[in-house]
Design a protein. Structure first.
Length: 267
């Protein structure tokens, strides 16, 4: 066997393993309202049904009527239907298969400063915040580093903020929590600061973490020939809502919506 053939075989085997893993994940998908499934029973073609999970989480199935499959995985749904068919004396040893045709029930809304906002289905079990952000194209350039997750957990309102960069740190997997149907992910506009006066590029800029006055000047293209670093004013809104004028040093950290003003040199 040549090296190329060995590599080809290894590649195909890898694809098969990946497909098997994805199929296993799909089997662990939890059914929700709006999902469309096909139910079949081995050697009983008359019991083949394509149906939609209702808003109450049930499907209507021949002989046994309403079956509450909402919140169940596919294997659990198969067992429930099989038990009802057997207990009702309709099929002696039913072998039931539930195939997921369309995912409409378990969806997550991704909103705000993302490249493709919208509603996206949870296609596999254990889908996490980072997976949904990737599906939505990630945050835009103007997006903040925090994503807010709003939903319900154990029947109670749930809200948390997740630091996106921290997800890729060694312990980030703890913050990358699984999402559930009905969750909303929202990325707000990134914090900004403003610089004007005797700088080469006055305007509004994204406030990076730990950014100092010196770094703000660099972002604004530096001080012009007419300006001076000794005549800088930092305008900041205090807790009472009024704006204070501060004479900052170059290492002072900026806050959201700070306004840096570089005045003209006296000489």
């Amino acid at each position: 066997m040549t090296k190329f053939v060995r590599q080809l075989v290894a590649f195909c085997f890898g694809l098969m393993m990946l497909a098997g893993a994805q199929a296993a994940d799909t089997r662990e998908y939890v059914l929700g309202a709006g999902d469309i499934v096909r139910v079949t029973v081995f050697q009983n073609p008359d019991l083949t049904v394509e149906t939609r999970v209702t808003e109450s989480g049930s499907i209507t199935y021949p002989l046994i009527g309403s079956v509450a499959v909402g919140g169940l995985t596919l294997p659990a749904s198969e067992k429930l239907i099989a038990d009802k068919l057997r207990d009702g004396g309709f099929v002696l040893k039913p072998q039931v298969n539930v195939l997921l045709l369309q995912i409409r029930g378990n969806q997550v809304s991704v909103l705000g400063q993302v490249n493709r906002p919208g509603r996206y289905p949870i296609e596999i079990a254990n889908t996490r915040v980072s997976d949904m952000l990737a599906t939505a194209g990630g945050a835009t350039i103007s997006g903040a580093d925090l994503v807010t997750l709003v939903g319900t957990r154990n029947g109670q309102p749930f809200r948390t903020e997740i630091d996106i960069p921290s997800l890729f740190q060694p312990d980030g997997v703890k913050a990358d929590i699984p999402v559930q149907g009905g969750d909303i992910l929202y990325i707000h506009r990134a914090p900004m600061f403003y610089i004007y006066g005797e700088v080469n590029r006055p305007g509004s800029y994204r406030l990076e973490r730990g950014m100092t006055v010196m770094q703000a000047l660099a972002q604004g293209g530096g001080v012009t020939l007419r300006g001076t670093e000794k005549r800088i004013r930092l305008h900041r809104r205090n807790a009472a809502g009024s704006v204070e004028a501060i004479e900052p040093d170059m290492a002072q950290a900026l806050q959201t919506d700070d306004v840096v003003y570089v005045r003209e040199s006296l000489f």
